[in-house]
Design a protein around this ligand. Structure first.
Ligand SMILES: Cc1ncc(COP(=O)(O)O)c(C=O)c1O
Length: 377
């Protein structure tokens, strides 16, 4: 089973040995009968393990090319479990553009715990080199990033991190494992908000952390159990179901986004379009070398100010005004006032009038008509 779609459909979803059911059962159980005291068949308690969760973990680890994968109740729960492998006094380098919640977790939760964070333009080797300290343990990058679609070379970043004894963590939420596999490029850890493209239908929250490092995987598994931010079996089932169509959905997200980006580039009201598939994007060549396509996210600014940007966000009808991304339906939002409110006043603050689109898989003509109408109001 070499092909991505074949693996997405079959790994973790082998026919049920008892009934032959072609989908994994949803094991709604909180505990397991023991054969004798301490003698268990599968696990002793569902926080420790659940077969539906194990099926999801097997599938997603395979898709990321990882030896180990650990599922969590949300992307941030996975990030939390990973960051708990640090110790007070450790230092983290974060890209200059990242999901606001990641920044909030690092600064306001782990900051209190004695972790320091510097936010750096990771594609600039000099800034990156200057940011390392003796205590730097992690370099954390989103590529493409949220919401500015910055792209950084994972291979180069991996070398720089390793030269300084740090781990490279890649948040692969925007690309999904269909478009990019960071571990193969030199990353140590991959994190996902599976809420997004992997779930794909805006109906479930989830997180996933993948690694080839046995010691780190054991710590993550321990945190999953000891802290308990586990996804429920129904959530795991939905995520596994979503993963099966990830490839076909991503193909369509990418082709729709490419066309939407081209439309926006030609629109007289639009000032700048952020999409790594555009030849003019500063990270285009790197994206082309480490991704198989450019993804479904497009951001843009308008020549007029934030008030018009807000009006555009409130005027679409096929694009729904909402946070989140990666579902089959198109979404529009204003990061500075919505998803990235928590980075206000920091180096990560996005342009006030930036509009972010999660381009869905609807008919392209309807998406373009919708944007054209909203931009003409
Ligand atoms: C890039 C990225 N990483 C992580 C997260 C956090 O994931 P969750 O909302 O599932 O906790 C998000 C959420 O929007 C995100 O966009």
């Amino acid at each position: 089973m070499n092909g991505f779609n074949t693996r997405a459909i079959h790994v973790g979803s082998e026919p049920d040995s008892l009934t032959g059911a072609v989908n994994p059962p949803v094991y709604l159980t909180s505990t397991y009968a023991q054969d004798a005291v301490g003698v268990v068949k599968f696990s002793d308690y569902a926080r420790g393990d659940n077969p539906t969760r194990a099926a999801l973990e097997a599938c997603l680890a395979n898709l990321e090319g990882a030896k180990h994968g650990v599922a969590f109740a949300s992307g941030l729960a996975g990030e939390d479990a990973l960051l708990r492998t640090l110790s007070p006094g450790d230092h983290v380098i974060l890209g200059r553009d990242a999901y606001g919640g990641t920044y909030r977790l690092l600064t306001r939760v782990f900051g209190e715990w004695g972790i320091s964070v510097d936010s750096v333009e990771l594609s600039d080797p000099d800034s990156l080199a200057a940011a390392f300290t003796d205590t730097t343990k992690m370099v954390w990058v989103e590529t493409p990033s949220n919401p500015l679609l910055h792209v950084v070379s994972i291979a180069e970043l991996g070398v720089a991190a390793h030269d300084h004894g740090a781990q490279l963590v890649v948040d692969n939420t925007f690309a999904s494992p269909y478009l990019q596999q960071p571990l193969a490029l030199g990353a140590d850890v991959v994190v996902h908000s599976t809420t997004k493209y992997i779930g794909g239908h805006s109906d479930v929250l989830g997180g996933f952390v993948a690694t080839n490092n046995d010691e780190l995987a054991a710590k993550l598994k321990f945190h999953q159990y000891a802290i308990g931010a586990v996804p429920g079996p129904l959530d795991c089932y939905l995520l596994l179901r979503g993963a099966k169509t990830l490839g076909v959905r991503m193909d369509r997200h990418c082709s729709n986004a490419r066309a939407v980006a081209a439309f926006l580039c030609d629109h007289p009201s639009v000032e700048r379009v952020y999409y790594p598939g555009l030849a003019s994007h500063p990270g285009h060549d790197v994206a082309a070398s480490q991704m198989s396509d450019f993804g479904g996210m497009v951001s843009f600014t308008l020549k007029s100010g934030v008030d018009v940007a807000k009006k555009v966000c409130e005027s679409t009808s096929v694009f729904t005004l909402a946070e989140s991304l990666g579902g089959v339906e198109s979404l529009i939002e204003l990061p500075s006032a919505m998803t990235h409110l928590s980075v206000a006043g920091s180096l990560l603050e996005p342009p006030e009038g930036l509009v972010r689109l999660s381009v869905g898989i609807e008919d392209l003509e309807d998406l373009i008509d919708d944007l054209a109408r909203a931009l003409s109001l």
